[in-house]
Design a protein around this ligand. Structure first.
Ligand code: FDP
Length: 331
């Protein structure tokens, strides 16, 4: 008879997100646990959105809602659902005094003026992929407020600049659902185990490969790209790099983060300042890129160094493996 060890008989579940957060917090003797709780609130909202997305074909929450968001883009029903879910989770959690969302023009005061943190987020990114069952994501960025505690948050809390983020990350609703985040010390990824209802550590200390052979760009806009971008795309073709673009920033970024590659969204004639939003798309992914050894540039300098002037401002972005970003922008 073949005997099995305890490990073989009952395979360990692994480290849950809660346990990981708890252990990370204990490394900081003065940590109060509020940031940890905030990360848990984000994970909870992610689980709920994951459930909604999985049911989208069965209940009436797929497709357009017939409304436009603050950017003049058609809102999908799931955009609205995800926005409500996140706002509710962060309001109920209590650590966040205000939220900036892609879906709303102004900041949303949670009523928790005692909260130390503000969150900028895109609750559901990749709208065009929602009702065709292709990967979509949530992106978030966390700051410690600069306005006085116990008073309403101000716009300065959100316009601190990318280097002031204290944590950032994303949730990818893909072939599996993953939460990837960093509090500044490494980047870790957690895969959602539906049967347990838990995010489990699956990608410890993610390091973005220094170089790669995947480029992700919408070549439909090629004619209106700056010359240096056309030149770079040409070099990718000469080297027979793989073109991979699903049009969901989080999915495209995640692939390149793990495998080595570059995501480009340059300025175009239609969007001369770029399409992606600085505060809740570019900054958080630039934070993850840098903390994992990659780079993020707007074509002139690091994305994280851009001084923001408005909530929904846009930026061109070149993001991913350090050597590829450097080559693309010609530095
Ligand atoms: P979407 O408009 O579908 O929400 O955030 C904007 C974004 O998606 C990114 O997720 C995506 O990478 C990009 O825009 C796609 O834009 P194009 O259709 O112009 O390529």
């Amino acid at each position: 008879m073949i005997t099995k060890t305890a490990q073989e008989l009952a395979i360990p579940v692994g480290v849950t997100l809660d346990r990981f957060i708890m252990h990370s917090q204990s490394a900081f003797p003065y940590a109060t646990g509020e940031l940890s709780q905030l990360l848990r609130d984000i994970a909870l909202a992610g689980k709920i959105i994951n459930r909604e997305i999985n049911r989208a074909g069965l209940v009436d929450i797929a497709g357009g809602n017939g409304t436009e968001n603050v950017q003049g883009e058609n809102q999908q029903k799931l955009d609205i659902v995800a926005n409500i879910r996140f706002i509710r989770a962060l309001k109920n959690g209590g650590e966040v005094c205000a939220i900036l969302s892609e879906e709303d023009e102004d900041i949303i005061h949670t009523g928790n003026n005692h909260g130390k943190y503000v969150v900028a987020m895109d609750p559901l990114d990749g709208s065009s992929n929602i009702d065709v069952n292709v990967s979509i994501g949530t992106v978030f960025s966390i700051y410690r407020r600069v306005s006085p505690i116990n008073e309403p948050a101000t716009k300065e809390d959100f316009l601190q600049g990318g280097r002031k983020q204290i944590a950032a990350g994303y949730i990818l609703y893909g072939s599996s659902t993953m939460l990837v985040y960093s509090t500044g010390d490494g980047v870790n990824g957690f895969t959602y185990d539906h049967s347990l209802g838990e995010f489990i550590l699956s990608h410890k200390n993610i390091c973005c490969p220094a170089n790669g052979s995947i480029y992700s760009v919408n070549e439909g806009h090629y004619n209106s790209y700056p010359e240096f971008v056309k030149h770079y795309i040409g070099t990718c073709k000469e080297k027979s790099f793989s073109a991979r673009y699903i049009g969901s920033l989080v999915g495209d970024f995640h692939r390149n983060l793990l495998k080595g590659g570059i995501y480009l969204y340059p300025s175009t004639k239609k969007d001369p300042k770029g399409k992606l939003r600085l505060l809740y798309e570019c900054y958080p992914l630039a934070f993850i890129a840098e903390k994992s050894g990659g780079k993020a540039s707007d074509g002139f300098g690091p994305i994280l160094d851009i001084v923001p002037s408005s909530f929904h401002q846009r930026s061109p972005i070149y993001l991913g493996s350090a050597a590829m970003v450097e080559k693309a922008i010609g530095s």
